[in-house]
Write a protein that binds this ligand. Structure first.
Ligand code: PMP
Length: 458
């Protein structure tokens, strides 16, 4: 008989990710709305929607009902053998919400797969249209597009590249227009302009005929801490890509599906539309593993006419996932969750700004809608970072749990660009819950500040 290990990490996910001897994480029992409950009876406000995924909160009755109804019909049917009403409804809704130019949805199981699909699609399209010399995908430094080898290759994370570099196709990267610590003699606007100019220089250096695409997170995720560039940056990037025949991909894995107060973050800059958009996370709000790459109908028609997209997975257009996605999109529209993200985003932003004004360790609050981040610093004047060995984001995450707050606080790029916390609760959050989140966050940061003071760090 197999015996469960009595204690320790056993064979769980944690055994891969946390050193032996590390305190165990709380064990999930159930979720309801913005709250998560552990098996010891503690409750946590889901302040970051897990990794910015649970856009509808937990235990949503309409999504659960849709799952049960679909389960009674068909959970899985292979998409090269059967079409499904769930896939058709999901794709049609998504295309309508995404708007002109993004009419076709290729449905997969997550963000990394969606990014891979976007790249392979564009590459095949280039081959089919006589542009076979184009293959390079330019990304930003820092930036994140997923953990599979292709997606990691175009992600700007030096640490991951140090370890996995030999397996990755080297592609050029250009600086992301970081806004907090600027190079000397720059404003946010002039630095963003310089970053856009660096894209054009990279395209010219590589040879425009070799460049397939440029990928960016229009509102940043964990890699930049909800970075938003000045409007002129997006317009300039659009102009450069168009000028050189380079496809512009917006990675909206985090920012899409209503989170920033528009259905796509791209909708904030209507004159800088992408050619391709990639979504995941909020698309199924954590109720199913799901991602999608959105393409213009004309491009899809060309690929189909040339024999079809040479790509696919067992779980492409998975019937249950599509039913969940369709139910999520229905709810996003009918409950006006995009509008709520904008309204609650304003409220939360004001509360975070107030916390920052009274905290010696918050340097900046940034983001759009309910995709917000707080920059952690040791000194607001000099913008000095908290010493790296304190691993400030992780520590804040641990303290937050004690205050009944689940925060997404993983450090990226070994903290080379700074430390921040993602504050990105479900789009269903109420004003009262925004207040509760803010109070718990303020208490967490006050405790961390005391800890740093006691140790003479600040
Ligand atoms: N792109 C971005 C911007 C992301 O934030 C993520 C996930 N954090 C991904 C891609 C990869 O998505 P997944 O983890 O679902 O593969």
């Amino acid at each position: 008989m197999n015996q469960m290990p009595p204690s320790g990490l056993g064979g769980s996910h944690q055994s891969f990710t946390r050193p032996p001897g590390t305190p165990r994480l709380p064990r999930i029992a159930r979720g309801e709305g913005v709250w998560l409950f552990d098996t010891d009876g503690n409750r946590y406000l889901d302040a970051s929607s897990g990794p910015v995924a649970s856009n509808l909160g937990h235990g949503h009755p309409r999504i659960l009902a849709a799952m049960a109804a679909q389960a009674r019909q068909a959970v899985f049917a292979y998409p090269s053998q059967f079409e499904s009403a769930a896939n058709i409804e999901f794709s049609d809704r998504l295309a309508r919400l995404a708007g002109p130019g993004l009419e076709r949805a290729w449905v997969v199981s997550g963000g990394s797969e969606a990014v891979e699909s976007a790249i392979k699609f564009l590459r095949q399209h280039a081959v089919v249209t006589g542009q076979g010399s184009r293959w390079k995908v330019i990304g930003r430094q820092p930036g994140y597009h997923g953990n599979t080898l292709g997606a990691l290759a175009i992600s700007g994370d030096d640490h991951a590249h140090e370890v996995f570099g030999p397996l990755l196709q080297a592609v050029p990267r250009v600086p992301a227009p970081l806004s907090y610590r600027l190079p000397p003699n720059h404003t946010v606007e002039t630095y963003a302009a310089a970053c856009a100019a660096a894209l054009e220089a990279a395209i010219l250096r590589e040879g425009p005929e070799t460049v397939l695409a440029f990928i960016l997170e229009p509102v940043g995720g964990l890699a930049t801490g909800a970075l938003v560039a000045p409007a002129a940056y997006y317009e300039e990037v659009r102009r450069i890509c168009t000028g050189h025949g380079v496809a512009l991909i917006y990675d909206e894995v985090m920012s899409g599906a209503g989170r920033t107060g528009r259905f796509l973050a791209a909708d904030h800059w209507p004159t800088a539309r992408p050619d391709v958009a990639v979504l995941a996370k909020g698309l199924s709000a954590g109720y199913a593993p799901m991602g999608a790459a959105l393409f213009p109908a004309a491009m899809v028609d060309r690929i189909a006419a040339a024999g079809g997209f040479m790509h696919g997975f067992t779980y492409s257009a998975h019937v249950m996932n599509c039913a969940v996605g369709a139910a999520v999109l229905r709810e996003v529209e009918e409950a006006d969750l995009t509008g709520n993200a904008e309204r609650m985003g304003c409220l939360l932003r004001a509360r975070l700004d107030a916390i920052a004004a009274n905290s010696p360790i918050i340097g900046e609050v940034r983001g759009l809608g309910l995709l917000l981040a707080m920059e952690l610093v040791a000194d607001r004047g000099s913008k000095a970072m908290i010493p790296l060995e304190r691993v400030a984001p992780q520590r804040v995450g641990e303290l937050a749990l004690r205050h009944g707050l689940a925060l997404y606080c993983r450090r990226t790029s070994r903290g080379a660009y700074g430390d921040w916390l993602m504050v990105s609760p479900p789009l269903t959050i109420t004003a009262e819950e925004v207040g509760e989140l803010s109070d718990r966050l303020a208490a967490t940061l006050a405790e961390f500040t005391d800890e740093l003071r006691a140790d003479g760090v600040i």
